[in-house]
Write a protein that binds this ligand. Structure first.
Ligand SMILES: O=C(O)c1cccc(C(=O)CC[C@H]2O[C@@H](n3cnc4c(=O)[nH]cnc43)[C@H](O)[C@@H]2O)c1
Length: 212
C-alpha cells in the first residue's frame, strides 16, 4: 500500500521527495506544530488508503548522542509537554486519566531503518515550544533518558495515524543541538542533505513494507 510522509515545511518535503522518485509514496508539507500536523495528516488519511505514515524533517538533537547532521529514527514518539505542571513536577496526561503520550513504531521497521541508514534509534520528543536553555534540555533528558531528538510534529502525526489504524514511523535529521538558543549554530542545509541521503537508503525498506 501507499506510504504517506508528512513533513512540516516545503523544503523538508522536497528533500524527502527528491530521494523517493518512483516509489509509491505521497510526501506532504503538513505544517509546523503538532496540531496542524495532526489535522493535515488526518485529512490525507481520510482521502486515500495508506499502509504507513512517516513523520519526517529536521530536529534538535540531544548532545552528545545525536550530533548535528546525524539521522535519528524514533523507537518511541512522545509528547513531552502534554500534561500538567504541579508543585511536585510535571504530570503527563496519562497520569491525569486521559489519552496517551507515547506511540511506538513497529520494532522490525525501526530495526530495518537503522540497518539501511545507520540512523540512531531512540525516543523522539514532540514539543510545542522549542527548547532554548540548557536547564530545559537537562530536564527533558532527565524525564526521557532515551531521548535523542526533539521536534514539533511527530506526536500529532502519530495521533492521526493511530485514529486511522495505520502504523507510524518518525525519522529526523539533526539541524541544531537541543539547548541554549543559538541560531548561528543551525545547520539546516546539512540536515536537509542528511534527510535526502537517509531516505535514499530507505527506499528499498519502504518498498518492501509496501508489499506486506
Ligand atoms: O528560533 C529558535 O530559536 C528556533 C530553534 C529551533 C527551531 C526553531 C523552529 O522554528 C523550527 C521548527 C521546525 O523545525 C523542527 N525543529 C528543528 N529543530 C528543532 C528543535 O530544536 N526543537 C524543536 N523543533 C525543532 C520542528 O519540528 C519544526 O518543524 C526555532
Amino acid at each position: 500500500m501507499r506510504i504517506l510522509v508528512a513533513t512540516a515545511v516545503p523544503v523538508e518535503r522536497d528533500a524527502v521527495a527528491r530521494a523517493l522518485t518512483g516509489a509509491d509514496v505521497e510526501v506532504i508539507a503538513a505544517g509546523v506544530g503538532p496540531a496542524l500536523a495532526a489535522a493535515a495528516t488526518a485529512t490525507a488519511l481520510a482521502a486515500a488508503p495508506y499502509g504507513l505514515v512517516v513523520s519526517a524533517g529536521i530536529a534538535g538533537g540531544f548532545q552528545p548522542d545525536a550530533p548535528v547532521g546525524s539521522l535519528v529514527v524514533a523507537d518511541e514518539i512522545t509528547a513531552a509537554d502534554l500534561g500538567a505542571e504541579t508543585a511536585e513536577g510535571f504530570l503527563p496526561v496519562t497520569e491525569l486519566g486521559f489519552g496517551t503520550v507515547t506511540h511506538r513504531p513497529p520494532e522490525t521497521l525501526v530495526r530495518d531503518v537503522v540497518g539501511a541508514t545507520g540512523a540512531r534509534a531512540g525516543a523522539v520528543l514532540t514539543v510545542s515550544t522549542v527548547t532554548g536553555t540548557a536547564a530545559r534540555a537537562a530536564l527533558l533528558k532527565d524525564r526521557h533518558p532515551t531521548a535523542l531528538a526533539e521536534a514539533m510534529e511527530g506526536f500529532g502525526v502519530a495521533e492521526a495515524a493511530a485514529l486511522h489504524g495505520v502504523p507510524v514511523l518518525e525519522i529526523r535529521a539533526v539541524s541544531n543541538p537541543v539547548g541554549p538558543r543559538d541560531r548561528a549554530a543551525w545547520r539546516i542545509g546539512d540536515a536537509l542533505q542528511a534527510l535526502t541521503e537517509g531516505f535514499g537508503k530507505l527506499a528499498p525498506v519502504l518498498e518492501s513494507w509496501n508489499t506486506v
